[in-house]
Ligand binder design. Structure first.
Ligand SMILES: [Zn+2]
Length: 428
């Protein structure tokens, strides 16, 4: 019997399936059939030459927003997936109990990629940019449970956003209700932190092992380190107890200063996620491989970086038998990458720059055994350059405008590195 597809000659990075090194990956009927050295090319109907490339399980992005045209933040996942290798998108709270049916029918059922969801404790979800927890009438635990119970296949967790503009005067009450929903539904709880109050100490006191703190390397006031970069004792206790630390880069939540302080103290994140949405897709987050590049630059080993976007988020979502692994029998979601060498300026959300020597870019995304063709990028939503509320920050920051003027994108950097490599080959 012939394989449908064979990916030959690549360097496999698959912590979940226990594969590492120069191996070939064979696919049959949408599932991984074999991972082995030197599978003959004539054993498959179609062969992809992966020499010089990394071959990994399709990436899992734990924090994204894909409820497009219904919520402020939502983007179309398929065009981004075709350029980034992300085959499983966890939507982090775009839908609430009142809009979950729409997420399923209009987005999940029609997308080429796999989509899972964390249901927002606010039943209006993220229709607008903020304030969803400012009116407690929207935070109905009974209604949450009713919808979560009827959608167990889609709902993998509870999402709550904390921070003054989101909760208004309500301090920790939205978190208490999200906690109650998580307990009653036996789901993990993802907590977003930004600018308090509430204060971070009180937030972590209400979190349990297995819950997820997203934006864990933020430089905003709810950050985990003091102004000298020391991890707070209460944060250390939560971390060591097993609260999952998730990056959620976004447009406000990744600081090189915080990251360097924590990594120097031996604290790597459990999960690297992009928080990709209408704003962050325009930089400096751009996409998940660019977020991964930042952690390679920060000294995290390549194997650990890939683990943080494959098997680790799969465990958090409870989908590790089928996704985030190349174990034979699992879904044939596969991603190919090239690691370019050169000099690459990387930016955090405050505009701080670090020059990296390596840049990871996607070369091919395979969903259920089928290569995803490159899809045209989606234009920004009409509202992203216009503040929704008088007091909200300008949607596109000055830094983003500058990056757009410069034409600074991962694609442009990779193309420049390729040109340099070609010219040094011809001259050398
Ligand atoms: Zn988010």
């Amino acid at each position: 019997m012939k394989f449908d597809l064979l990916i030959k000659g690549g360097e496999v990075v698959d912590a979940g399936g226990g594969h590492e090194g120069n191996l070939d990956v064979a696919v049959t009927r949408g599932r991984i059939a074999a991972v082995d050295s030197d599978i003959p090319a004539d054993a498959a109907f179609q062969v992809i030459d992966a020499s010089g490339q990394l071959v990994a399980p399709g990436l899992i992005d734990l924090h994204t927003h894909v409820f497009r045209k219904v919520t402020y933040w939502g983007i179309d996942p398929d065009p981004v997936a075709s350029r980034s290798g992300v085959t499983t998108w966890n939507d982090a709270g775009s839908a609430g109990a009142l809009t979950l049916a729409g997420l399923r029918e209009f987005i999940v059922d029609r997308a080429r990629v796999q989509i899972t969801a964390f249901l927002n404790i606010s039943n209006i979800g993220l229709v607008s940019d903020n304030h969803e927890c400012a009116n407690l009438a929207y935070l109905d635990v009974g209604l949450f449970r009713r919808l979560a119970d009827r959608n167990r296949d889609l709902v993998h967790g509870v999402k709550v956003r904390l921070g003054t503009p989101t909760v208004g005067e309500n301090d920790l009450e939205p978190l208490r209700r999200a906690r109650q929903a998580a307990e009653e539904c036996e789901l993990p709880l993802m907590v977003h932190i930004a600018i308090g109050p509430p204060e971070i100490e009180g937030v972590l006191a209400l979190m349990r092992p297995g819950d997820i703190l997203t934006h864990c390397f933020t430089g905003l006031t709810m950050k985990l380190v003091d102004d000298r970069g020391q991890l707070y004792d209460f944060a250390k206790r939560a971390w060591d107890a097993g609260v999952i630390m998730d990056i959620g880069h976004g447009t406000g939540s990744f600081s090189f200063e915080t990251a360097e302080a924590l990594m120097a103290a031996g604290r790597s994140p459990d999960v690297i996620s992009s928080d990709l949405h209408q704003l962050s897709a325009h930089g400096p987050a751009y996409d998940l491989p660019t977020c991964m590049t930042k952690f390679l630059h920060l000294g995290m080993p390549l194997r650990d970086v890939f683990e943080a976007v494959t098997s680790r988020p799969a465990e958090v979502l409870g989908i590790e038998r089928d996704a985030g692994t190349l174990r034979p029998g699992s879904r044939a979601d596969i991603a190919l990458f090239r690691l370019h060498r050169g000099r690459f300026p990387l930016y955090d959300v405050s505009g701080a720059m670090r020059e990296a020597r390596e840049l990871l870019t996607s070369t091919l995304t395979i969903v259920g055994g089928r290569p995803l063709e490159l899809l045209p990028p989606e234009p920004p939503a009409p509202w992203v350059e216009h503040p929704v509320w008088p007091e909200s920050i300008r949607p596109f920051t000055e830094q983003q405008e500058r990056l757009r003027e410069l034409g600074h994108t991962p694609e442009a950097m990779a193309a420049a590195a390729e040109r340099d490599a070609t010219s040094s080959q011809t001259t050398g």
